[in-house]
Write a protein that binds this ligand. Structure first.
Ligand SMILES: [Zn+2]
Length: 231
């Protein structure tokens, strides 16, 4: 969607849609998104994880399942006031680029620190029913690079690495209601992602005509009908 000033509203977490299918991404942004059920279990899990990381953050350490991050000299970001702002206020890291034509805004889950104590490492919690598939990372690289770009625009030093912190149930056949989760650390190299270039490409795509049905996408036939209907 566009702002009143005619800038495309983009968010780091929405960028996976561009990687997934450009045609669907075009429709979702040019027309009001179809209603989706809120993923309440997922956001509950995010809230649990924030509280979990904060509990250990107070002691300047990480939860046991991701403690090996410390072997790399990585520390948690301990300015909780600042972190809360980035987590809760959608505009706290906003980047406006009128020349290209977008507003990039979104909330971040967590931030880690390089051993120098000032270089920020963006992190995102990903909870799911299963262990992450090997190729899953490609959908989230841009999201993490976008957080890095937002931090840079706000004057922070940003690392070349970022992390996806995956959580999934250990045993789906265990009938115990106290579900045990496994944590998995996924390192993402964000140094080679030219996110500014990508944002330009995205705006160009969105400003253009509907790119047409993507035969590789199972949602596209639905959108095809939708575009015809609204035009
Ligand atoms: Zn599609």
């Amino acid at each position: 969607m566009k702002t009143k000033e005619g800038l495309w509203k983009l968010s780091p977490s929405g960028l996976y849609g561009y990687t997934e299918c450009k045609s669907c991404f075009w429709v979702d942004n040019n027309y009001k998104k179809q209603g989706t059920l809120p993923l309440l279990l997922n956001s509950a899990m995010d809230s649990i994880l924030k509280h979990r990381y904060d509990k250990y953050r107070k002691k300047n350490t990480f939860p046991p399942e991701v403690k090996e991050l410390e072997k790399e000299g990585i520390m948690p970001f301990t300015d909780i006031v600042k972190l809360e702002e980035w987590r809760e206020k959608i505009n706290s890291l906003k980047v406006i680029n009128k020349k290209v034509g977008y507003v990039l805004a979104g909330k971040i889950d967590d931030v880690l620190l390089e051993p120098d104590g000032e270089t920020l490492i963006p992190a995102d919690y990903k909870s799911s029913g299963n262990a992450p598939a090997e190729d899953k990372q490609k959908y989230y690289r841009d999201q993490l690079a976008a957080y890095g770009y937002m931090f840079k625009c706000h004057g922070y030093k940003v690392s070349s690495r970022a992390y996806l912190l995956h959580y999934f149930p250990k045993d789906k056949t265990n009938p115990n209601i106290k579900v045990e989760f496994v944590g998995h650390i996924d390192l993402v190299d964000i140094s080679k992602i030219n996110i500014e270039r990508k944002l330009k490409d995205i705006v160009k795509l969105l400003n253009g005509k509907y790119p047409g049905h993507n035969p590789k996408c199972k949602n596209c036939s639905y959108h095809e009908g939708r575009v015809k209907y609204v035009q």
